[in-house]
Design a binder for this molecule. Structure first.
Ligand code: LLP
Length: 420
């Protein structure tokens, strides 16, 4: 459930009228709901009850520091994949000792910074990375806590671009190699083995792939015990899906109940999850203005002021996200007809669309909202076609706060230089 609902046919963000926010801050505009973010985070955290656990919010899904600060205030951990994300978490008041660091290409500098601030764990993705972490830790006189990312070779049954747990994917080490890599880790003096992790994909709508992956990890964990390696935590990554278009993904509590049933023999084993989308997607909308309507023999087009640079998911993954009118009090007129529209943006690419074949009652100048836009929207945005990035607002009860100012035109070339 989220806090973007109609009241008297006007779309609200918590207690604030969305069209008022758009009038104040302009469009295109991302609007987030603090109450929704908190509700989703608690859904994960509460579901574990007394079992030792840590929810590490996946920063990549929405990395605005106001969002990170809301998480930090809840006591959340963080899953990061770059020094940029690390610095954001620290700037937002996040606790370094609750950060896990994923990613296949950690540089020496990134590793050194993470050791300096004392992160919770490196989620190691290769033998070379393991050796590099040991080497950097040695130079700094530190011991690096690690987990090995195991690729369990299960099919997450999601879009191939966001499937990560198959042998053909670049992530982690295979189950067959993992035991040897753990033995190597055990022999390295500046490495301290803490756990095991996996992340099999994103937008999963079934539990079975998560449970299959957990089974494979538990078998491996048992084998490690025979080698004298005791793990303190198991990190099952993120990936729980959200209802974009009638999907019925499991509730976080169904997921954790099924997990805890599998883990009843391990009451001390700390479980880490790295949810991103499930926390942020439905906590955000992208509001845009209809600039033009035009029709030809086969199509009605609504041309809006948000483009694929602001929201790339439809173009990149053929993602479906609901699109709704912001103000349903507006009457049908000759200009405002109900029709089936392709909602397209200003960018010079055919893939520049927010949605296709959507029934809407709109006129030029009206506002529309793309729902479930809080995850992988702003964080994947770009300046393509020299379009300044949008403003972002977070609503908290009856207040709308600007959490990112709209970029100016001068911002576009701020870091560029003419030849002498
Ligand atoms: N942990 C790791 C190691 C990950 O790689 C990811 C996402 C997550 C956690 C969070 O997954 P989530 O709970 O959000 O599914 N841009 C794509 C999604 C890419 C996900 C990449 N990894 C999209 O817009 O659908």
């Amino acid at each position: 459930m989220d806090f973007f609902q109609y009241q008297h046919n006007r779309l609200m963000a918590e207690s604030v009228v969305v069209s008022d926010i758009a009038e104040q801050f302009g469009t295109p505009l991302y609007i987030y709901s603090r109450a929704t973010l908190e509700r989703h985070w608690h859904a994960f955290d509460n579901a574990f009850g007394d079992h030792p656990h840590l929810i590490c919010y996946a920063v990549k899904s929405n990395s605005n520091i106001a969002v990170l600060n809301v998480m930090a205030k809840l006591g959340s951990g963080f899953d990061i994949v770059s020094q940029g994300e690390l610095e954001r978490v620290l700037a937002a008041g996040g606790d370094a000792s609750k950060i896990v660091f994923s990613g296949v290409a950690k540089t020496e500098q990134e590793i050194a910074r993470a050791l300096e601030v004392g992160i919770r764990c490196f989620n190691v993705e290769s033998i070379s990375e393991l050796k590099r972490i040991n080497h950097v830790a040695e130079k700094m006189g530190k011991i690096a806590p690690i987990s090995l990312r195991v690729n369990p070779d299960v099919d997450a049954k999601t879009h191939p671009y966001i499937s990560t747990g198959l042998k053909e994917n670049k992530f982690g080490v295979s189950v067959d190699q993992a035991r040897a890599v753990y033995r190597l880790a055990q022999s390295l003096p500046h490495i301290n083995i803490s756990g095991m992790d996996c992340h099999i994909g994103s937008q999963l709508t079934e539990l079975q792939p998560f449970l299959d992956a957990t089974d494979r990890l538990l078998v491996l964990m048992q084998q490690l015990k025979e080698d004298g390696i005791e793990l303190r935590h198991l990190d099952l990554g993120g990936g729980l899906g959200v209802p974009y278009h009638g999907e019925q993904p499991p509730h976080p509590s169904e997921y954790t109940t099924a997990l805890l049933a599998k883990l009843s023999a391990y009451p001390q084993l700390e479980i880490i999850l790295e949810p991103g989308r499930a926390i942020t997607a439905n906590a955000g909308i992208l509001v845009s203005k209809v600039e033009y309507l035009k029709s030809n023999e086969s199509r009605h087009f609504a041309i809006v002021d948000a483009g694929m640079n602001d929201m790339i998911r439809p173009a990149l993954y053929q993602a479906y996200m609901e699109i709704i009118e912001v103000d349903r009090t507006l009457p049908q007129t000759e200009q405002r007809q109900s029709a089936v529209y392709d909602i397209v943006g200003p960018i010079c690419e055919t893939s520049d669309f927010l949605g296709k074949q959507r029934q809407l009652t709109i006129a030029e100048g009206d506002l529309i909202a793309q729902r479930s836009a809080g995850a992988y929207g702003a964080s994947m945005s770009s300046n393509y076609n020299s379009r300044p990035r949008t403003a972002e607002v977070m609503v908290d009860g009856d207040q709308a706060h600007l959490i990112k100012r709209r970029e100016s035109y001068a911002d576009l070339w701020r870091d560029e230089k003419l030849l002498p």
